[in-house]
Design a protein around this ligand. Structure first.
Ligand SMILES: NC(=O)c1ccc[n+]([C@@H]2O[C@H](COP(=O)([O-])OP(=O)(O)OC[C@H]3O[C@@H](n4cnc5c(N)ncnc54)[C@H](O)[C@@H]3O)[C@@H](O)[C@H]2O)c1
Length: 260
C-alpha cells in the first residue's frame, strides 16, 4: 500500500531535478501524477520513465508564468483524473548575480518564474484542491532565509515563495488545504550545474561538488531523494497538522557560524 494511494498530484518543473524525483516518488507511492514543465518532451519522458514498473502518470506542457496555461493544465488534470489533491511547484530558474551586475531582465524573469509562477500555479489549483482538501508544496530555498551574496533575484523570489505559502495556508485552512515550503540548500541538479559554470567557468564538477558539500555541517550536498521524501511527507496524511511552514533541508547550513 502506498502513502498516496488514490491521490492525484500535479507537479510543475517535473521534467528535471527535484520536481522529477518528487513526482516519480509520488507515482511509486500510488498517486496519479501530472508531470508539467516548459520542457514538454522532458515532462512526457519523465512520466513514461516513472511508470516503467507500473503506476499512473502523464506529461503536460506548462509555462508557469502564464495564468491561462496554469488554468488549462489544472483543467486537463481534472478531466483526466477527476480531482486534484496535491500541487507541488518545482518550476524555477536559478539565475542571479551580485547586485551591481544583476540586470533588470534577469531580476524580472527570476521573479516571474519563481514567485509569480508559484502564485499562478497555486491560484488556479486552489478551487480544485479545496473541493476535498489538499496539500500545496512549494520549492523555497535556504537562499530565501539567509542573505547570501550574489542571490538578490533568486533569494528575493524564494523569500516571497515562503511567505506566499503562509498566506495560502491561512486562506486554505478553512477548506483543509495545507500549504508548506521546502527549503533545500545545495543539491546537484542541472540548475546548480549551470550556476556553477556561470560563476566559475570550466570548474570540474567534482571540485564544485566537494566545495558545496563543505558548506553544510553534515559535510554533503542534499540529494533529489532528500527533497522527494520531504515532499512525500508534506503531501501525505502524516503531515495533516502541518501548514504554513518552511521545512529546511540543508545539512545544518543555516544553524549559524561553523566552529573555528
Ligand atoms: N538544486 C538546488 O540546489 C535547489 C536548492 C533550493 C531550491 N531549489 C529549487 O528547486 C526547484 C527545482 O530546481 P532543480 O534544481 O530541480 O532545477 P532544474 O533546472 O533541474 O529543474 C527546473 C525545471 O523547471 C522548469 N521550468 C523552468 N521555467 C519554467 C516555466 N516558466 N514553466 C514551467 N517549467 C519551467 C525547467 O524546464 C526544469 O525542468 C526550483 O524552484 C529551485 O529554485 C533547488
Amino acid at each position: 500500500m502506498g502513502k498516496l494511494d488514490g491521490r492525484v498530484a500535479l507537479v510543475t518543473g517535473a521534467a528535471s531535478g527535484l520536481g522529477k524525483a518528487s513526482a516519480t516518488l509520488f507515482v511509486a507511492e500510488g498517486a496519479s501524477v501530472v508531470f508539467a514543465d516548459l520542457n514538454e518532451e522532458g515532462a512526457r519522458a519523465a512520466a513514461t520513465e516513472a511508470t516503467a514498473n507500473g503506476g499512473v502518470a502523464s506529461g503536460e506542457r506548462l509555462d508557469v508564468t502564464r495564468g491561462a496555461e496554469c488554468e488549462r493544465v489544472v483543467a486537463a488534470t481534472l478531466e483526466r483524473y477527476g480531482k486534484l489533491d496535491i500541487l507541488m511547484t518545482c518550476a524555477g530558474v536559478g539565475d542571479s548575480a551580485p547586485v551591481l551586475e544583476l540586470d533588470e531582465a534577469t531580476f524580472e524573469n527570476t521573479i516571474a518564474v519563481n514567485l509569480k509562477g508559484t502564485f499562478l500555479s497555486a491560484k488556479y489549483a486552489f478551487p480544485a484542491l479545496s473541493r476535498q482538501g489538499g496539500s500545496i508544496i512549494a520549492l523555497g530555498s535556504v537562499a530565501g532565509i539567509i542573505g547570501a551574496p550574489g542571490f538578490a533575484a533568486y533569494g528575493a523570489s524564494k523569500a516571497g515563495v515562503i511567505h506566499l505559502m503562509r498566506i495560502f495556508a491561512a486562506e486554505g485552512a478553512a477548506h483543509n488545504v495545507r500549504a508548506n515550503a521546502i527549503c533545500p540548500s545545495w543539491i546537484w541538479t542541472p540548475m546548480v550545474e549551470k550556476a556553477v559554470q556561470r560563476l566559475i567557468p570550466g570548474a570540474p564538477a567534482e571540485a564544485a561538488q566537494a566545495y558545496l558539500a563543505r558548506q553544510s555541517p553534515l559535510g554533503r550536498m542534499g540529494t533529489p531523494g532528500d527533497v522527494a521524501r520531504a515532499a512525500l511527507y508534506l503531501a501525505s496524511d502524516d503531515a495533516a497538522f502541518m501548514t504554513g511552514q518552511a521545512l529546511v533541508l540543508d545539512g545544518g547550513l543555516t544553524i549559524g557560524p561553523r566552529a573555528v
